[in-house]
Design a protein around this ligand. Sequence first.
Ligand SMILES: [Zn+2]
Length: 360
Amino acid sequence: MAKPVPITIPTEPIGSIPRPLELVDRVAKSDSEDPGLAPFYEDAVRDTIDRFEATGSPVVTDGEQRKYFNFATYCVHGLANTAPDGFTIPFADGHTRQLPRLTRGPFRYRRYADSYLDLAMRYAHVPVKQAVIAPSALSLLYPAQAIPDYSREQFIDDLLREHETEVRRCLSKGACKVQVDFTEGRLALKLDPSGNLLNSFIDLNNLALSRFSAEERRRIGVHTCPGNDLDSTHSAEVDYAELLPSLFQLNAGNFYIALAGEPDRRHVLQIIRRHLRPNRRIFIGVIAPIDPRIETAEEVRDRVLEASEYIPIAQLGTTDDCGFSPFFDNTSTSRDTAFAKIRARVRGTAMAAELIGARR
Ligand SMILES: [Zn+2]
């Protein structure tokens, strides 16, 4: 019998973990930037990283405990030159979330995500990844009617520079990966089935990616999903056959693709196989944060084995379909459930790696 070849299949989270209820309550009664909240944020980050590491996860995040108000607008929250009545994201269950609208130039971030890394890396004993919002999402802040004395072109210049600065700061502080959240990619096809909006998003994000070297892009990834808020999605009905060929035009080294919640995983895996390019790692979602049921490690193992029929092991990784709480006030999933699901992902991925290694 051949000696088993030990193999490792990388596994990474997407980012968010539900905030402790006490923190959500305190922020609701005060202001997200009240200095008095600092110890509560710090406790939340420390506890999140402790529990993350206890799952055996080889890569952790700070659970986005301090991203306020959500994964998309954390960098612009509180800007004086915005109004609350911007682009609205409609979810399948009827609820909506709204982005701010830029009222005048120039456009600058109020905070960069590397500020979260400082605290996370103080507590973590394993590599930390950092998620940032895609330029395409923030491009929606510019209103349909142009702002006087601040053209859309000027805005895009400023936006790309701010995004590049944020990613560079995260890379230089030692984030093992920087993940660009691109949930609006799939939504774009729902809003504009012609594909023009999606293509404009891809072009914009590729302009951003082109500012980085091939070496840097190996540490940069892109996350796609149908949205996840209050146990609902915004674009699950859009077929991956429409999205993935365009998505894979993005010049990134890693792709984090929601798959566990798809009705026909093999259909998606076939599309991935058809459009897969060399030197890219595909992290497939093996956990559905939207599903209250906790997956077993055996289920995860079987999903990884299934994916390995389509994606070469050297290019395969696993992840969760999405963050567990992309919006600060979403407590529809408990922290206990989130960590139990992550534990199943980590164990199931290792079980699959062991089986695949034994077969070689
Ligand atoms: Zn997501």
